[in-house]
Design a protein around this ligand. Sequence first.
Ligand code: ZN
Length: 106
Amino acid sequence: MKRESRHFSDGRFNKKYRGDKLLVPQELILKAKEQIGDKAAYTIAEALHLQKFDEKNLKALCPFHTENTPSFVWNPKNYSYHCFGCGRNFGILDLYMQQGYMEQKT
Ligand SMILES: [Zn+2]
């Protein structure tokens, strides 16, 4: 399933989305990210069997495409990850919801 991106593949912002009203205010999203940050990082590390990648990042097999060597890099400090295999970028909330962790009360 391909989701429409707010950015073109070369990184330029897609003007079509300018003026979009977010259902949840940006500051609440940032607050939520801070609150679930450490907990989710721990949960994700357990679920994905994250290994040390370098000083700041952890790596794992990407949960969104099939691969034999880890190209999924998790940055716990920025609460974000990037997969070098399939090119996906997600924030912590995406992954949190993807894994169904939102069912737990935080
Ligand atoms: Zn991937």
